[in-house]
Design a protein around this ligand. Sequence first.
Ligand code: ADP
Ligand code: MG
Length: 680
Amino acid sequence: MASLFHMDIQTLKGVGEKRAALFRKIGAPTVGALLRLYPRVYEDWSQPVPIDQAILGEVAVIQATVLARPREQRIRKGMTLYKTEVTDGKRDMTLTYFNNPYVQTMLREGETYLFRGKVQGNFTRREMTAPEFAPAQGAAPVVPVFPQTEGLTSRQIGNAVKAAFALLPEILRDPLPPEMRQKYALCELRFALENIHFPGSMELLDIARRRLVFEELLVLQLGLLSLKSRARVENKLRLTRDDSEGFFRLLPFTPTGAQRRAVRECLRDMMGDSPMNRLIQGDVGSGKTAVAAALCYCVIQDGMQAALMAPTEVLARQHHKTLSALLEPAGIRTALLVGSMTPKQKREAVEGLASGEFQLAVGTHALLTDGVAFRKLGLVITDEQHRFGVAQRAALAQKGENPHLLVMSATPIPRTLALMIFGDLDISVLDELPPGRQKIETFAITSDKRQRAFGYIRKHLDRGLQGYIICPLVEEGQSDMASVAQYRAMLEKGPFAGYRIGSLHGRMKPREKDAVMAAFSAGELDLLVSTTVVEVGVDVPNAVMILIENAERYGLSQLHQLRGRVGRGQEKSTCILVSDAQNEEALARLRVMCQTTDGFRIADEDLKLRGPGDFFGSRQHGLPQLSIADMAQDVALLHDAQEEARELLRRDPELAAQDHRGLRGEVRQLFEKAGEGAFT
Ligand code: ADP
Ligand code: MG
């Protein structure tokens, strides 16, 4: 059975070398993978409608009898029409096919078929052009549409799936133990696989889907939880004392209650029996950097080293600057390690970290490269973690002896989702903004008011404040460099002539971006024109204006992140969303932005408006890809699966029991798919 699942796709009847390559391309290199490649959509052929009830302009399925053999009609060279009439007993309909002589033999006079196609014509005359058809007797009630690719049609994939089923034994070993299936009323594996591919009806499709979703979520939860339990190793880098008060005295401000609480929770973890594995969720501007710095300070005072990893060079350099300024008075030396440094600079950093001369390392994923070793690495922090997946967390944990791990996320996500994605982490929430923050006022305007908005921004720049403009998204075929340049030229010539303008775009080298950010930070620029590269983490408290062009093109979370670039100081800040969008969903998003600045509420609304598919679709979470579960629809099943996973691991942590081996195999496969070699 297991071997059958691993069988190369080419062993299937009808799959030769060429076709096998296409199957590999769509993610089905083996027979097993093919059986787990589910159709994308389904066509319901089970409920044909009478011709006079079919809606003009829409796709319908109609059951009708052919009145005459299709007539051939040559209309010009290379173009032949085949026309026939069909009837459902009450009304007739005309069918037309192009260059398809086969219909003359396939559509027989007097026989009844199901036809599926777009209904055309007018009120007195109904037509379909080239509808698909199948004999009414024995037609499949539901037709699957597989994720086809160039050169491989849905039908061909379907045939291969049928060939695969023919090889399977009648009874499949089911990874879900019988008691579990009974408890949650889940069907058996073979039944599920058959009905997900070739549903006997829409109801059976639901039953099959439910079981497969449960299984997928269960396996994912098992994977995440076992990751967590594996992290429950001995704490060899136990923190011996709490030096946070010493750190707080270094801060130019008083920490918020939430910051203190988060620091306390982390210190408690690090003093505990196993290494810390914690996520800090904090809205933009909630002061995550200070929490990170406090922990670095404590770990370093206790004789260990710490590393902070950021997703971009701009951010890494910013953190390096902030942290070294803050910690240097305490005698802590901070090394920077980013890709664009010269070999000599890198070597100095690497050597200094190995010798312990530097106690703190700040960098990008360059920190993860093999050449980097520490004398005694106690704590690893990743900032804006959504770009770091589970795999990277694992790679990091392997540097040094299971260092404490802290992940900081500025993407507030609802608790259910957080549990789902960060099942292996404990969670702290920074739910309080530093005092004195002014609410960011947000307006949505149409483009005819743009000049007025520019005037409003100018008034603030004239007072020595600064602003961002997020310029229109790139048009098809235009580079973002060109689009930024063009937009900037427009500003320089007109509304912002005489102001100091800088610009950022994705094509710039990190060092160039950095120079611009540094100049903006230092107040040498009034206005920064940028694409969304400025989105994450950048902190310039004197910037109080942000105008976002084409605001309808961004998701709520992204708008929230962009807006979070302002409102970081004592001055009142303004966010202006420019959009001429008419569609209801876009307008709803803009409304939410104007109503609230609470990241958690925005995340909730985002989920309601678009569903978490978007969040999961973006693959920023670092989870393995789900093939059938949809977090919007399947929240209830997620809860069940989570509960069941916990219970299972409590009884059988290694999933070693005979009944659990199937699940263990699937967990391994799931992480293999995600490049998780470390967890086999
Ligand atoms: P984020 O959570 O978005 O990473 P930062 O750590 O960049 O937020 O902090 C945002 C700004 O707030 C910074 O300028 C920081 O110096 C300031 N800040 C952080 N904590 C406090 C506090 N307790 N009181 C006043 N200002 C603070
Ligand atoms: Mg930050």
